[in-house]
Design a protein around this ligand. Sequence first.
Ligand code: PHE
Length: 469
Amino acid sequence: MEGKKRDNWTSSIGFIFAAAGSAVGLGNIWRFPYLAGANGGGAFILIYLIFVVFIGLSVMIAEFTIGRRSQLSAVGAYKKVNRRFTFAGVIGVLSAFLIMGFYPVVGGWSIAYIIKSFTGLLANEGAIAESFGNFITSPVQPLLWMVVFMFLNLYIVAKGVSSGIEKAGKILMPTLFVLLVLIGIRSVTLPGASEGLKFLFYPDFSKVTGETFLNALGQQFFSLSLGMGCMITYGSYISKQERLPKNAVIITALDTLVALLAGIAIFPALFAFGLQPDQGPGLVFIVVPQIFSEMGAIGPILSAIFFIALTIAALTSSISLLEVVVAYLIDERKFNRTKAVISTGLVMTIMSVLASLSLGAFPNLKVFGVAVFDFFDILTDKIFLAIGGLLIAIFVGWFMNKEDLKDELTNGGSIEFGLFNIWYNLVKYVVPVAIAIVAVLGIIAIEQTSLMIFGLLVILLLAIFSKKL
Ligand code: PHE
């Protein structure tokens, strides 16, 4: 993704794979199920789906449009249209940077579980949950795996060779999909599984609070790789012949399907095994091995394939995050690629070490009363991505020329985009107002008020000093 030469994807399917590779990742398979579990199941999922259709999809179309119109990545695109918006791009870069302070920790867990599938993890079904707890709280092991995951990222981005990983993704993403379907079938046919389906699809609104809405909003931005300019950059590489709305619909649908499949794979089994849905971040690492452990000799092999596929899905997402930061340093700060990769990689590794240790080995590693891991997670997902999405909608709705938008979305008038006016009004009015309401409700309901205020202050400061950015 070098800033200067703007290659286009050679084929439409190549672009869809790259963007879907960014979207489908730990967010769908690790984060979505545990959030749904902690937020009461069905009601959370319903709110999530409504947000995806009315907010996420509109913002994705908006990001693609900004990117393809400007032929620039986020910061440059904002700067060109209105310098006052530069800070929105910078918030995006900051988000990518902070997500890379905890994402590699979970990526490392996934790699570790490839090996663990063969080394006795599945042998004792009753000990799987405990084994996960011991693993992530131990001081050294998770760090080593995190470093392996980080190294893979740095290597791929430094060489600028994402084509290799994209090729691997072309085989492994469908594999992941098939495996999820298989696990899902196994899961729903376990005795006692219907409880789990009810939990997933029967909305119990008594569990809904302002925080549920904020969680759902943040999660859909996170899962769709929105609100931080990642899809602006991707948009800048889409060829002028492609239909932007159609591509956005395909990517959004794929991403959502994978998240729902992960839910169907996990919850029926979880209830069948008599576990609690609000397990937190360990959910997929506890339930999935437990399903495989009941499959006899083939269990470890399937489990290993599952975690290999999950690792690749995580990598195709994290390289897009790393690339956002690296591209910014190259384009705007005149770093060369190697220097940009090494320096960001170093800082991200230190952040991930702290995040990993904060989960158990050093429980005192806290900021604003939450573990460092959660600090990076909450700050990005509940504040920066939400405000980032808001700013993208405002930018497109109020600062870009409506005719230009229409021209871009209809490929210069050569194709129809019948829903243009609906989309335009959504991004201009509905999305900003909805995000603002959810943010206010969330801040009132959430426990970590000081952290939220800190995040908003950071944004305010960036906005005030945006001329210097
Ligand atoms: N969408 C990715 C996932 O679900 C994470 C991500 C967020 C990637 C933001 C890029 C930008 O795992």
